[in-house]
Design a protein around this ligand. Structure first.
Ligand SMILES: *[C@@H]1O[C@H](CO)[C@@H](O)[C@H](O)[C@H]1NC(C)=O
Ligand SMILES: *[C@@H]1O[C@H](CO)[C@@H](O)[C@H](O)[C@H]1NC(C)=O
Ligand SMILES: *[C@@H]1O[C@H](CO)[C@@H](O)[C@H](O)[C@H]1NC(C)=O
Length: 187
């Protein structure tokens, strides 16, 4: 009997993982609390929005987001509209019930912020982005060998703010060494 239970458990896991890999969303409430003859939903299945807080059937408490909408919250009455990639933006990843659309930017442009909500001119090597979203040539004494990066000084910046190395008091008798040094003729 144990063996067959294991097999059934395995088949359930297999079935669920196949479902997930296909991108289907489980429907209904994932975690709930018993309240008399009803259950009250604490967490909907990912990609589901709350329909009503409590009811007899946990499967009826949450429903998957409509196409074109998504949610990242466990218990909200509505899903939010997926971002549309517009203008200079290009679609990188379609919206799913649990993740928003991912946009990129057209050739020659690059994302202006982490969410890529706008695009800016992509600065070539030897140039750097400016605050007004354009590019400028690397100032004298600096270079940039990467696309859309800040120019860097040619030499390693001297550390100006750090303390000078501590002067250790001499330990031992150096008089002979200093004597030797001063005695050594310059060549
Ligand atoms: C996004 O979805 C549309 C329509 O369903 C499809 O034509 C397109 O190939 C998808 N794009 C990507 C990047 O997955
Ligand atoms: C940078 O150096 C070039 C060539 O040495 C010089 O023509 C130019 O005037 C300098 N620019 C600045 C801003 O110092
Ligand atoms: C240091 O070395 C010099 C020369 O070798 C010697 O005359 C002197 O006594 C030494 N001093 C101490 C404190 O050891």
């Amino acid at each position: 009997a144990d063996g067959s239970m294991d097999l059934i458990a395995w088949l359930v896991v297999l079935f669920l993982s196949i479902q997930c890999s296909v991108g289907q969303v489980n429907t209904g409430c994932l975690k709930w609390t018993q309240k008399g003859s009803n259950v009250c939903c604490d967490i909907c299945h990912p990609g589901n929005h709350l329909v009503k807080d409590c009811g007899p059937d946990p499967r009826e408490l949450c429903k998957p987001c409509q196409p074109g909408r998504y949610t990242v919250k466990p218990k909200e009455y509505s899903c939010v509209t997926c971002t549309q990639c517009v203008g200079a933006q290009v679609l990188i990843k379609n919206c799913t019930a649990t993740t928003d659309t991912k946009c990129g930017c057209k050739e020659g442009l690059t994302c202006g912020n982490a969410q890529c909500s706008f695009c800016v001119e992509e600065c070539a090597k030897g140039f750097e982005p400016t605050a007004d979203r354009s590019c400028r040539k690397c100032p004298n004494g600096t270079f940039n060998d990467k696309v859309h990066q800040k120019c860097k000084p040619w030499r390693k910046k001297k550390k100006t703010s750090t303390k000078p190395p501590p002067i250790r008091p001499p330990t031992g008798n150096f008089s002979c060494i200093s004597g030797q040094r001063t005695a050594t003729p310059e060549s």
